[in-house]
Ligand binder design. Structure first.
Ligand code: ATP
Ligand code: MG
Length: 271
């Protein structure tokens, strides 16, 4: 039995970290999401795929509070989160990366990674503001952890380089490191492998699978089905704002509707 098989078997309904229930959103006359439902459990990577404009990034924005759905529910660990602003979602254990990276260009990679936890814990904030005993030790420990994470992502040489001067693939990985630094319960990744070579992408897929095996829930958007299949236990397919199919990577590869959805937009070889 592979690691992925054992993770799937251990998953139960009680482990549900993310529940998306009938989520719709309308932008003017455009229905970007039409009653989409799916669940993600602790210890599971769920791949979210679909042709351009399917609504994948919009779905992440609804989950993490950037957009407020017109209808439907989002629950994280059983708590309804619709209407919760993004920075409070962080304190509920939700961390994400962006399709267009959001790093601060003038800051080094290590400082960007450390922002993943800034002001996340009231105790950390008070320590810093009032220079309470242990503040500098705490800061040093956090910095060591950030440096270690960058090393794990193969970014050690860029630790002190300004984010604005590193290659695109490095920025994407640094965002994943920053999200992991927050020690999330739910990790939402929007095309994290963009700009990576095949070996780097495989390494990232394996990292995400083992990260999930440590107990967190991961939603992974990508267009590269080989990458998604390597990391994900299950795949949710969206097309034109609706849920089209759901299944194991093997089932999804064989699904005629999925193939047609991609072929319909001239991208048949990407799923
Ligand atoms: N803020 C917005 N205002 C208006 N329309 C929007 C907004 N955000 C998303 N949309 C529309 O919602 C639809 C889905 O877009 P979205 O970016 O979620 O697709 P996607 O599946 O992430 O595509 P891609 O693979 O290209 O990243 C598109 O038609 C897009 O134009
Ligand atoms: Mg997108």
């Amino acid at each position: 039995m592979t690691l992925l098989d054992s993770r799937s078997e251990e998953t139960t309904l009680d482990d549900c970290v993310l529940e998306v229930d009938g989520v719709s959103i309308q932008f003017g006359g455009v229905a970007a999401l039409k009653g989409v439902s799916f669940r993600v459990h602790a210890g599971e990577v769920v791949g979210l795929i679909g042709p351009n404009g399917a609504g994948k990034s919009t779905m992440l924005n609804c989950i993490c509070g950037f957009y407020r759905p017109t209808a439907g529910r989002v629950r994280v660990d059983g708590t309804d989160t619709v209407g919760t602003v993004p920075h409070l979602m962080r304190s509920r254990g939700v961390a994400r990366t962006f399709q267009e990276t959001l790093l601060i260009d003038d800051l080094s990679l290590i400082d960007n990674v450390m922002l993943g936890r800034t002001v996340q814990r009231r105790r950390d904030l008070l320590r810093g503001v009032f220079t309470l005993p242990g503040a500098s030790r705490h800061y040093r420990e956090q910095r060591e952890r950030a440096a270690m994470l960058l090393e794990e992502y193969g970014l050690r040489t860029y630790t002190h380089t300004a984010a604005g001067s590193v290659p695109y693939g490095v920025r994407k990985l640094a965002e994943v490191a920053r999200a992991q630094f927050a020690e999330p319960r739910l990790l939402l990744l929007d095309e994290p492998a963009a700009g990576l070579g095949p070996v780097e992408a495989e390494n990232l897929a394996d990292r995400l699978a083992s990260l999930a095996a440590s107990g967190i829930a991961v939603v992974l958007i990508d267009h590269n089905m080989d990458f998604v299949a390597r990391a994900a236990d299950r795949v949710v397919v969206m097309s034109a704002g609706a849920l089209l199919a759901e299944g194991t990577p093997t089932e999804i590869r064989q699904n005629q509707l999925v193939t047609e959805a991609y072929l319909g937009r001239g991208r048949g070889n990407r799923a």
